[in-house]
Design a protein around this ligand. Sequence first.
Ligand code: AMP
Ligand code: MG
Length: 408
Amino acid sequence: MKNRDSSKPTLMPIDNALSEMLQQCDALLERESISVLDALDRITAEAIFAKLQVPPKNNSAMDGFAFHVNQELPADTKLIIQGQALAGNPFNEEVKAGHCVRITTGAILPPGTNTVMMQENVQINENNIVLNQASKAGNSVRLAGEDIQLGQQVIAAGEKLTPAHMALLASIGEPTVWVIRRPKVAIVVTGDELVPPGKKLENGQIYESNRFALQGLLQQLNVEIQHYGIVEDAPKKIVDVLLDASENADLILSCGGVSVGDADYVKQVLAKIGQINFWKVAIKPGKPFAFGTINNAIFCGLPGNPVSSYVTFQKLVTPLLHKLMGRSPLEVHTINATCAEPIYKRAGRADFQRGIAYQDEYGEYWVKPNGSQGSGIMSSIANANCYILLEKEQTNLPKGAKTKIELF
Ligand code: AMP
Ligand code: MG
């Protein structure tokens, strides 16, 4: 992380905030070789090339009979059964003219054959078969290398491994794969009012919930999560925990206390023990969002309001983690929709309203805000199916206006 010595109290446009964040941190360099069985959702550290073609040899796509065809063999051709080829147990003799070999799916084509007829299409006698239909050269044969060619790039660097990738790696004979080390992400929540679920609530207390959303969001990214519990609104306590986290984590996420209230100490603590790059972003819900460093750790101070912390995580922290993990940049897929209801918006901040989108009989998308857009209304996200994306200077949109949405 490259430190920079500025603290900017201005409201920063989200794109500038994001590009500054991405500029300030580099992808993790440490890589590890792990079993392909453990590779789901890990990020490839290098491109992977096939040291083997797949399939390795020409083989049968059917259970049936293999023989040689010049161009076409007519129906009613009679062929003498010379032997049997099983998957994993090849028939190695040259197959003679006018002969065939009984073959199973996946068995290597015996020498001298180039075609397979499925057994349902032949009449099988004691030591010969008769074709029920004509057979063209090459029918029902899987060619060597038709799936993957020798030397071909099978998976790019920076790719998140899927179950299909795991199978591809195994099919080219790789038991292990080089992946980027998982970033260690510390979660620190602050607030005197916060109580973990399972404990009794006293007057004025609420259940701490943001950590649970962050846990889920981070699990989706497959990072190593470190929990630092609920920290009191006391600068000394916050200092201790953040310094501790900075020793262990690549990225520290704090939550709450980052605004300008009387009990908001995170920013002042960050200024004391680390660096603040910026702490206000023109995003709604959000706005107070601090970015900086503490020792070698990157620091993101998320707002405490549940919807704000969720949205700022998705819009600012997720792209940052993509970069840290060496992944290709996060792509946001937007689609056009028509407002089914008026949408209220003041100029000044990019707004990510929680919406309900649906398609009409012509396949066109319509969207309406999902009830209250308050930054504490977590059910507005839980029951929504999209963000309504409203740019910084956008104002109210009437019913029937066009807008962009991002489906969840
Ligand atoms: P703060 O950013 O600390 O001023 O908090 C803003 C609002 O979010 C307050 O109503 C807090 O009670 C609430 N809040 C802060 N942190 C959490 C959390 N971890 N879980 C649930 N609510 C929170
Ligand atoms: Mg607080």
